[in-house]
Design a protein around this ligand. Structure first.
Ligand SMILES: [Zn+2]
Length: 58
């Protein structure tokens, strides 16, 4: 019930489980907002509409 995306929600990093940092950039697409955030563990996370859809090694 609380899994729905809401303003201010930060998805968890799939690597370390921490909440992601404030996104460094965001793009608005027809599928939702795609943003990129760097986790404290060093990975860049790709977030679409509040869900992590990908991650890059640092
Ligand atoms: Zn992490």
């Amino acid at each position: 019930m609380t899994d729905e995306i809401s303003a201010g929600h930060r998805p968890a990093c799939p690597s370390c489980g921490r909440a992601t940092a404030v996104p460094a950039s965001a793009h608005y697409t027809s599928e939702g907002t795609v943003s990129y955030a760097r986790c404290e563990c060093g990975r860049w996370l790709i977030v679409l509409a509040g869900r992590v859809i990908g991650a890059d090694a640092a």
